[in-house]
Design a protein around this ligand. Structure first.
Ligand code: SAM
Length: 411
């Protein structure tokens, strides 16, 4: 880790007087309290100019990139060389020097080893989807570098005359930093704009907690007024302590969202071992449900589900529950297409909320199908998890738990 103290110049903050500091404990870095901290106390405010986002970086680059691409490119161009050299970035060098040296723990870097055969199928598919997103961004960046190479090579300390592989390695490093360390930050006029994200020094040392006390961000002016920020570089970010007291030496967490291990593993490169909060555990079952539509009328039903937006993204969760999307798809699977008894009309009524169900028989049929899917999940997880260890074993364990809980609920 680059020296924490060097962030002082970037942040204009009395770093040593802050109530929190990043520490490496047992090979893992996190944010820790240095003093007693009362509940919901402002811990620090990071000025807008010290954040890396579309507003702060765009003035330094030719146009044409979205936030993820632009921040990743900036990190790529100024990645510190080796583990001891500081970043030569004249804008954010002290911050870039604190970023992880490698992402060898992340499944996107490691995807050759994590072959599809080892991972639960839905997780392999989610990883492929992340890989496609990465490849699209890398493709855009290559075109952008070609068009803008003259202008970019005039930037201080930028060397574009490197091998294609070296450049891609650094871009992947930048992209994974963005994927694992960015937080939501209101920079655009609409809340859902994909460029509403930022890297934030110090705050990005905070690890994720599933439950328990966690820090929050104070609502920014832009977010409060639901507009784009008025200041040119956007609003500053203020970090608040948890709503319970914190003792010196305690770790301070954020929550990255109520994510299942599938998302934590694929996006962030870690998993959380068994917790008592089963509702977070989730299995996506497209690989087992899609083949059920390989019937005479399956193609028509698939098209109907696609047309109304219910094809895929079918989940079971450990609360236990079957997702409404999956119930909707299975209700249609078990409804006759030759519609003498009006089942199709009643299925459509369930979509609009006019009816709760198609019929008792249809309810029993979809539930039986889910129990069958659960049995397959349990059997598969029991076989596969004995061949793997660590995070991947925990992923299979989550499938096993969710399937058992859902099956018990329906039986
Ligand atoms: C925003 S960073 C947090 C700081 C990070 N630990 C570091 O060393 O810089 C997010 C990364 O931290 C790690 N991480 C966060 N929460 C974790 C947790 N609960 N257990 C294990 N690793 C975690 C993951 O590698 C994740 O990609």
């Amino acid at each position: 880790m680059g020296s924490f103290d060097t962030l002082q110049s970037l942040l204009s903050l009395p770093i040593r007087d802050l109530p929190v500091e990043p520490r490496a404990v047992g090979g893992r870095r996190g944010l820790f309290a240095t003093v007693d901290i009362p509940p919901s106390t402002p811990l620090l405010t990071i000025p807008a100019r010290a954040l890396l986002n579309i507003r702060t970086l765009a003035p330094h680059y030719p146009p044409g990139l979205n936030a993820i691409q632009l921040i990743s490119l900036h990190l790529c161009l100024y990645r510190p060389v080796g583990s001891t050299q500081p970043s030569l970035d004249p804008l954010y060098g002290p911050y870039l020097s604190t970023l992880p040296i490698e992402f060898d723990f992340h499944p996107l870097t490691d995807r050759v080893r994590h072959t599809n055969a080892l991972l639960p199928p839905s997780i392999a598919r989610a990883l492929e989807s992340l890989h496609s997103r990465y490849l699209q961004d890398w493709h855009t960046i290559q075109e952008y570098l070609q068009i803008n190479s003259r202008q970019l090579s005039m930037k201080p300390h930028v060397r574009l005359d490197r091998s294609h592989d070296a450049l891609e390695e650094d871009f992947l490093w930048g992209w994974l930093n963005v994927n694992t360390r960015c937080i939501y930050h209101r920079l655009k006029s609409t809340r859902s704009h994909p460029d509403n994200l930022t890297l934030c020094p110090i705050l990005d040392f905070a690890n994720h907690t599933v439950a328990g006390p966690c820090m929050t961000l104070r609502l920014s002016d832009a977010e409060r007024s639901n507009t784009a920020p008025i200041p040119r570089l956007g609003d500053p970010l203020t970090l608040l302590s948890p709503d319970t007291p914190t003792k010196p030496g305690e770790e301070l967490y954020l929550t990255y969202g109520a994510h299942p291990n599938r998302t934590l593993f694929v996006e962030y490169g870690f998993v959380v071992a068994g917790t008592s909060d089963h509702s977070r555990a989730e299995v996506e079952v497209q690989d087992l449900v899609e083949p059920l539509f390989d019937t005479d009328d399956g193609a028509v039903k698939k098209k109907m589900l696609q047309d109304c937006g219910y094809w895929g993204d079918w989940t079971l969760d450990g609360s236990p529950a079957v997702s409404y999307r999956l119930i909707t798809a299975l209700r249609l699977l078990h409804a006759p297409l030759i519609d003498s008894d009006g089942a199709l009309g009643r299925w459509q009524d369930t979509l609009t909320g006019l009816r709760d169900t198609i019929s008792e028989a249809n309810e029993a049929a979809w539930k039986e199908t889910v129990v069958g899917v659960c049995a397959t999940l349990v059997q598969r997880a029991n076989t596969r998890r004995s061949n793997v260890s660590g995070d991947i074993s925990i992923l299979w364990e989550e499938e096993l738990q969710v399937a058992s809980r859902v099956s018990n609920m329906l039986n």
